[in-house]
Design a protein around this ligand. Structure first.
Ligand code: KIV
Length: 272
């Protein structure tokens, strides 16, 4: 397998399919605000996901369910203002596309028009196929999301690995193939066995992006707060932390408090 890396000035949905064909892995990370998105984009991350995980890491909710379409558009438009290279994909939040295809299209159009994002992401397969079709028919690129789909957490009951059993694995493969046939440009596979990711990835011509899906996915995605070690209580096996910002930020902030209390800050050079 070639690992050649082509230079992309701007990532499009077509670039991601090229990457899969060229054996180049796709990097994807979440961002929810301007400052973080600027850093992520400058580091050449291919896809920035304005995930509904904003509900957890930005707003402190236990699940992704409470975040609203208006809040997603606010986050997405902040991210878009920072980005020059990455493809920006935005989650359509829970309750904004499941009930009927027309509502799904209205939600996707609002995201594209008001935030100027490049694509949307939805969770599910067969159950939401009419919504996916309707959005794609309007010319809006759609990324799928299968496996552990956090918007359905109350149906699953837990955040454990999905599709270990044959029935669920077969449904997942059928859903992935359906999403490809409908015209989705990529599919996130969350928390499923590595061997199943391999089977799905090999059976599709569009890329798979794994989170807890193992090394055979065509790309990987993480929540930026997890990668940076800001969410120190979240420790799933799939997570590789590249920093311990929870501790480092805590130390810096405590130092600031000490400096203010001790009158060390500001000093003569730090005033007018
Ligand atoms: O909302 C999100 O951050 C996601 C990723 C975990 C894929 O959907």
């Amino acid at each position: 397998m070639s690992t050649a890396k082509k230079e992309y000035k701007r990532i499009t949905v077509k670039s991601l399919i090229d990457m899969k064909n060229n054996g180049e892995k796709i990097s994807m990370l979440t961002a929810y605000d301007y400052s973080m998105a600027k850093i992520v984009d400058a580091a050449n991350v291919d896809v920035i996901l304005v995930g509904d995980s904003a509900s957890n890491v930005m707003a402190g909710h236990e699940t992704t369910l409470p975040i609203t379409l208006d809040q997603m558009i606010y986050h997405a438009s902040s991210v878009i203002r920072a980005v020059n290279r990455a493809l920006v994909v935005v989650d359509i939040p829970f309750g904004s596309y499941q009930s009927d295809p027309k509502e799904a299209l209205r939600s996707a159009i609002r995201i594209m028009k008001e935030s100027r994002a490049h694509a949307v992401k939805v969770e599910g397969g067969e159950e939401i196929k009419e919504s996916v079709k309707r959005i794609l028919n309007a010319g809006i690129p759609v990324m799928g999301h299968l496996g552990l789909t956090p918007q359905a957490i109350y149906k699953f009951g837990t955040y454990t690995v999905r599709a270990r059993e044959e029935d669920e694995a077969d449904k997942l493969i059928a859903d992935a193939q359906l999403l490809e046939r409908l015209g989705c440009f990529a599919i996130v596979l969350e928390k499923i066995p590595a061997e199943l990711t391999k089977r799905v990835s090999e059976s599709l011509s569009i890329p798979t992006i794994g989170i807890g899906g193992g090394k055979h996915a065509d790309g990987q995605v993480l929540v930026i707060h997890d990668l940076l070690g800001m969410t120190h209580e979240f420790n799933p096996r799939f997570l590789r932390r590249y920093m311990n910002l929870y501790e480092d930020m805590g130390k810096a902030i405590s130092q600031y408090v000490d400096d203010v209390k001790s009158r060390d800050f500001p000093n003569d050079e730090e005033q007018y």
